[in-house]
Design a protein around this ligand. Structure first.
Ligand SMILES: [Zn+2]
Length: 115
């Protein structure tokens, strides 16, 4: 294994939830989930300033597509239930599939709220 002597503070690496490659945080798009009771919406956070747990992804439609296919957003952000990634798709300029199956909601029904 090659160990590069990069100063850690100035070169924070994050893993892209799409392609799973590591990249400097500055090259990745941060996103956070905003819950509204019925589910979550992903909100792009280019300035990396929104509070809460974030996930990181290359601002690339290909990585977005991979992440959607793997449901990587929900996993990375510890979400249960429906995740709406429309805003994120717009942000990375991904073709949105309007063909009628948003993330299947089967998980949502059996997961109760922690009390
Ligand atoms: Zn990627």
């Amino acid at each position: 294994m090659v160990r590069r002597a990069l100063p850690e503070r100035t070169c924070v690496e994050r893993t892209c939830v799409g392609c799973r490659r590591r990249a400097p945080a500055s090259e990745l798009l941060r996103m956070v989930a905003v819950g509204d009771g019925a589910g979550y919406r992903l909100r792009p956070d280019p300035a990396r300033r929104l509070p809460g747990r974030g996930a990181n992804m290359h601002p690339d439609p290909a990585c977005f597509a991979l992440a959607v296919r793997r449901r990587a957003f929900g996993r990375a952000l510890r979400l249960t239930g429906v995740v709406d990634h429309g805003a994120l798709a717009e942000h990375v300029d991904a073709p949105t599939t309007t063909s009628g199956h948003p993330d299947r909601a089967r998980v949502a029904s059996k997961v109760g709220r922690p009390t």
